[in-house]
Design a protein around this ligand. Structure first.
Ligand code: IPM
Ligand code: MG
Length: 356
């Protein structure tokens, strides 16, 4: 049976890294059909909404979305309704993609690239599980207004217990299949939402006696991540804390260009879940169009797509081994090269394909 994947390249380096990822995907699964559609700034620039109806319809009839990136400098400062990022905001909300899974691994050979000492990051392997459809990103009211002649703005942080419970379960399930350590991050000394968060996580913990649960305040978590990153296994946290901590965790690897992510929801069943797969790094407009962006995150996102949406663990693992092989053999894109021979986006993808 032929599967359809929605390919949404978007802005900046998105199209380049998507081309690389789609090529690798086609190599391992020539039976999969990739259909491309406009999203983000690429759509806005053509006079369309950030998430055009045709794009949404394609996503609806696809098994999964492979997403590049959104964001262009000319939209900075514009309200969310007129920004490329709105597309992601809507896709996450409307497809209920509440679980964002961001695996952080340091590839053998890249230990020296980290801004931390190599001995702190050697073998680093953790997962950030970020709640993606709640919290301060989506709470209402969310607006700018003028009250008694003074401009003000409000964002609302709100969580309902079932939202916390379902993401906590994802964290525990992942931890159970790994080193059995779960760190839940909150700010319960200040935030009511965090007090609810912690209570619900503790409740869920009763179903997972084999998993060691630790609670960290978000400021402390940010510090511990650079102090003792190797101690973390799975981190589960709310939307905004997860946004911030996942960038911090990502750069421990030396390049944010290596980090894939999966955003999963309630649709489908294990192995056949509907999901959106995207690099953690943004659109990087400064290097867009130069053919030098690191396609690793996009290629590994395609691997996650195979694992979670097409029930194809074998192909996912093949791709991951191939990427690892490129790094082990010294293959480097520009941001990681440090004097070594530089591989273009296309050449890096070619090296991956050659190892499949
Ligand atoms: C991410 C990004 C997005 C977010 C932006 C582009 C809206 O930073 O996926 O981490 O804040 O969620
Ligand atoms: Mg982010």
């Amino acid at each position: 049976m032929s599967e359809t994947i929605a390919l949404l390249p978007g802005d900046g380096v998105g199209p380049e890294v998507m081309r690389a990822a789609a090529g690798v995907l086609a190599r391992v699964r020539p039976d999969v059909t990739c259909e491309e559609a406009l999203v983000g700034g690429a759509a806005l620039e053509r006079g369309l909404p950030a998430l055009p109806d045709a794009t949404r319809a394609l996503c609806e009839r696809s098994a999964a979305i492979l997403f590049g990136s959104v964001g262009l400098p000319q939209y900075e400062g514009k309200p969310l309704e007129r920004r490329p990022e709105l597309a992601l905001f809507l896709l996450r909300r409307d497809f209920e993609l509440f679980a964002n899974i961001r695996p952080v691994r340091v590839f053998p050979g890249l230990e020296d690239a980290s801004s931390l000492r190599p001995e702190l990051v050697t073998g680093l392997d953790l997962i950030v599980v970020r709640e993606l459809t709640g919290g301060i990103y989506y709470g209402k009211p969310k607006e700018q207004r003028t009250v008694e002649g003074v401009d003000e703005a409000v964002d609302t942080m709100i969580y309902r217990a079932p939202e916390v419970e379902r993401i906590a379960r994802i964290g525990f399930e992942l931890a159970r299949g790994r080193r059995k350590r779960l760190t839940s991050v909150d700010k319960q000394n200040i935030l009511e939402t965090s007090r609810l968060w912690r209570r619900v996580v503790d409740d869920v913990a009763r179903d997972y006696p084999e998993v060691a649960l630790e609670h960290l305040l978000v400021d402390n978590a940010a510090m511990q991540l650079v102090r003792r990153p190797g101690d973390f296994d799975v981190i589960v946290t709310e939307n905004m804390f997860g946004d911030i901590l996942s960038d911090e965790a990502a750069i421990l690897t030396g390049s944010i260009g290596t980090l894939p992510s999966a955003s999963l929801g309630a649709r489908g069943r294990p192995g056949r879940q509907f999901g959106l797969y995207e690099p953690v790094a943004g659109s990087a407009p400064d290097i867009a169009g130069k053919g030098i962006a690191n396609p690793t995150a996009a290629i590994l996102s395609a691997a996650m797509l195979l694992r979670y949406s097409l029930d194809d663990e074998a192909s996912a693992a093949r791709i991951e081994r191939a990427v690892e092989g490129v790094y082990r053999d010294g293959g480097r894109t520009a941001e990681l090269a440090r004097g070594a021979k530089v591989l273009s986006t296309k050449a890096f993808a070619g090296e991956v394909a050659a190892r499949l």
